[in-house]
Every structure is written in structure tokens, then in C-alpha cells.
Write a protein that binds this ligand. Structure first.
Ligand SMILES: [Zn+2]
Length: 403
């Protein structure tokens, strides 16, 4: 990492801008730098000569002419990323252009504890790296997403409700036994928000990313940075109460949006509808498969099943009800919806959106756009890559790598 410490703030700034602009032309890069054209050209020339940047392909530039693009030099290494969910593990090797080079996804139970889950993560990282014909020393930085509140300074989880055994576990030290590269850990929803920020090239400055899956969480982007709050729990919206008479949540309170509208809640309500005779289609599916998933409920709803339709609509409305308050508080320009429940189909989003527009103040919703995140199920991995690379380029990678 010593080579990195010799870079000037201007040079690091150029490299970081190349990351955010997805391999820009010089014309696209210049307005993002606080440098004159001559200064910028000289910094870029130096970075090209020393092998930090390389010339990419040609791209349409101003006035319709073709111009060469700038990329981070591939010889700088790759990023190793993992997105640990409550029920799935996603591991990937990413290039410095944030493209996924190798990826593996499998089902896990995060409640198995950090030792077991991280051992599996490390085994997959070794395997994927070998598939890319790379060695541990080729890894520039590591990014990790976890489904709970993270103290960003230490990279440790703080009393995660879905993850007994993970509280204060030294995740970074665990991974450092295999790699010299710095390790960055953040909440999975914050990483999805960071991925979205990268996708829009930081042109949207204030938006929300809602993850709806087993749990429900919100990533907040404020002034083009992820907002983590005083202790790292900003956006932990899953335990906002939407019904004081609702069922008890695993957090101890009642009527939390997560226990009423998360994936398990939809499956639970669908199972009840199947058993009570309210839905013939769901009863049939339950008899075939033994369990019902939120996707089954979405399919049944689209096939005209009234009970299934109502379950999906109700879940979307409850999330929308919670979101309306958050929108009033934060006034975002966009709300992106991601996570496993987006696979339910358009009705869920329609119900959610309608509720947000009905219940938020007119000024908050005048220009508000609510839609699914286009990054789909790669958002967590891409966000982990953006985090790891951004922290290295902001010069904190070296400091944090020290024991
Ligand atoms: Zn709760």
C-alpha cells in the first residue's frame, strides 16, 4: 500500500472522480475537479504515465466527436465483496470498473453465527479469486455488507436483532487473516444506497433506498453521501410502529412495519389464508410445496386470487404508510425500492407508491419519484465494491489497514 501514500490529494481526487463517473472522457471529468484545464491535464498525464490510469475505449463527447475515456488501471487489483443477508450469501470478485467478474450466491442462515458464516465467505472468496486466476495479493480492498446496524468506525455490528452472536464480532480481523488488503463493513442497505449513488454518478444528491425483504431498512443519501447518523443506525426504519394493535415483533415492540409487512409476514398471512379456505390457489400451492413464499402470493394475486391480492396490497400500503413519514421528514427527490420483495410484482409497488403520495405533504411529493432500483440483486455487491474502492481512494485505506 506504500505506493498509495505518495499520491497527492489532487491525484486521489482525479482517481475518485474516475470511479464515480464510470470511466469518463476528459471533458466529463473536468467539471468535477476543482482544477484548471491545464492543471487537470497535467495530473491526468502523470497518472497515466505512472500506471494509475489507463486509456479506455472511445466515447461520444461534446459536439458529437469521439473522445477517449479514462479508467482506473486494472493492474491496481480487484475488489473482493460479500453481501451477507439473513438467508443468503453473495460473494463476488469485482474489477475496478465495478463490473462483477465472478459471482456465487447460496442460501445460508445468518443465525449460524459469525465464525461459520465468515469461514464460508472466506472459502468462497478463495475459490472465486482462483477462478479469476488471481492471488490474495491482487486484492486491493474488501467490502462487506451485513444485515444489521454497523458501527462504521470499527466495522462491528451493534446488537443486530436478526443476528444473535454477531454483536461486536471482529469481522475485519477475521478477514485480515487471509488478506493484507483493508476491509470495510457496512449495513447492507447503506451499501445498496451507495450503489445507487454510483449508478446515478452522484447527480442525485438526496434520496432514499428502501430494502424490503426478510427485514425492512432504509439507506439515506444526503448531500451525495450516505448518512449513517451518530451511531450508525440511521435509516433503521423496520421497527417503526404502523399498528399499535399489531402482532409482537422480535425486537419486543408490537406492530412494527417489519413484523407486519416483511417477507415472513406475507408468507404467514398467506398460509393463514390457505388454511382458512380464503384462498383456493394458495391452499393448492401450500399442499404442493409445503410452504408459501412471497413470490407465490404475488403470482396468485396476479392470477386473480382476491385474498392473495389483498395480502400484497396491505403489505405495500403498510410500507408506504411508514415511508410517508420518512418522506415528510427528509424530503428526498427519489425513493428507490430494492430487496427480495420487489420480485412480488407491480401491485406491491403500486400500493406502496399510492400510500406515500396520499399521506405525504404536497410539497414533499411534488417532484418525488418512487420506483424499483434498477440494480436489482447486484446492488449490495456493487455497493460493497464502491465502499471499498472509495475508502482506498480517500486515503483512509492505509490507515485502517494498520492493526
Ligand atoms: Zn420491531
Amino acid at each position: 500500500m506504500d505506493r498509495w501514500s505518495r499520491l497527492t490529494p489532487h491525484e486521489l481526487n482525479v482517481l475518485e472522480s474516475v470511479l464515480w463517473l464510470h470511466g469518463p472522457t476528459r471533458d466529463a471529468l473536468l467539471p468535477r475537479l476543482s482544477l484548471s484545464r491545464t492543471q487537470a491535464n497535467s495530473v491526468v498525464a502523470g497518472l497515466l504515465e505512472q500506471g494509475w490510469l489507463e486509456r479506455g475505449g472511445q466515447r461520444e463527447s461534446s459536439g458529437g466527436r469521439r473522445a477517449e475515456t479514462l479508467c482506473l488501471h486494472p493492474s491496481l487489483g480487484v475488489l473482493l465483496c460479500a453481501d451477507i443477508g439473513a438467508t443468503s450469501l453473495d460473494v463476488a470478485v469485482l474489477g475496478l470498473d465495478l463490473k462483477l467478474r465472478e459471482r456465487h450466491t447460496e442460501a445460508i442462515d445468518v443465525r449460524a453465527g459469525p465464525a461459520a458464516v465468515l469461514a464460508r465467505t472466506r472459502a468462497l472468496m478463495r475459490e472465486l479469486l482462483a477462478r479469476c486466476k488471481l492471488k490474495p495479493r491482487d486484492v486491493l480492498a474488501i467490502g462487506l455488507g451485513v444485515p444489521g446496524p454497523v458501527d462504521f468506525a470499527t466495522g462491528q455490528l451493534v446488537e443486530p436483532p436478526l443476528m444473535p452472536g454477531w454483536d461486536s464480532y471482529a469481522i475485519r480481523e477475521d478477514l485480515r487473516s487471509d488478506y493484507a488488503a483493508p476491509v470495510w463493513v457496512d449495513n447492507d442497505v447503506n451499501l445498496m444506497a451507495l450503489a445507487e449513488l454510483w449508478r446515478v454518478k452522484r447527480e442525485l444528491q438526496n434520496f432514499l433506498l428502501i430494502k424490503v425483504g426478510t427485514g425492512i431498512g432504509c439507506g439515506i443519501v444526503c448531500h451525495a453521501e450516505v448518512y449513517r447518523g451518530a451511531n450508525g443506525s440511521a435509516g433503521d426504519v423496520g421497527h417503526i410502529c404502523v399498528d399499535p394493535g399489531g402482532p409482537r415483533c422480535h425486537c419486543g415492540n408490537v406492530g412494527c412495519v417489519e413484523v407486519m409487512a416483511g417477507g415472513p409476514a406475507i408468507a404467514r398471512d398467506a398460509t393463514a389464508a390457505a388454511r382458512s379456505g380464503a384462498s383456493e390457489l394458495l391452499a393448492q400451492r401450500l399442499a404442493e410445496a409445503g410452504v408459501l413464499t412471497p413470490e407465490d402470493v404475488g403470482l396468485a394475486g396476479r392470477a386473480g386470487d382476491t385474498a392473495a391480492h389483498q395480502i400484497v396490497q396491505r403489505a405495500g400500503q403498510l410500507v408506504g404508510q411508514m415511508l410517508a413519514s420518512v418522506v415528510n421528514l427528509f424530503n428526498p427527490s427519489h425513493v428507490f425500492v430494492g430487496g427480495g420483495l420487489t420480485r412480488i410484482g407491480p401491485l406491491y409497488l403500486a400500493a406502496l407508491r399510492q400510500c406515500v403520495y396520499q399521506r405525504s405533504l404536497a410539497l414533499s411529493t411534488r417532484h418525488l419519484e418512487v420506483g424499483y432500483s434498477p440494480l436489482g440483486d447486484s446492488a449490495g455487491l456493487i455497493g460493497a465494491g464502491v465502499l471499498a474502492l472509495q475508502e482506498v481512494l480517500r486515503g483512509r485505506g492505509k490507515v485502517m489497514a494498520a492493526p
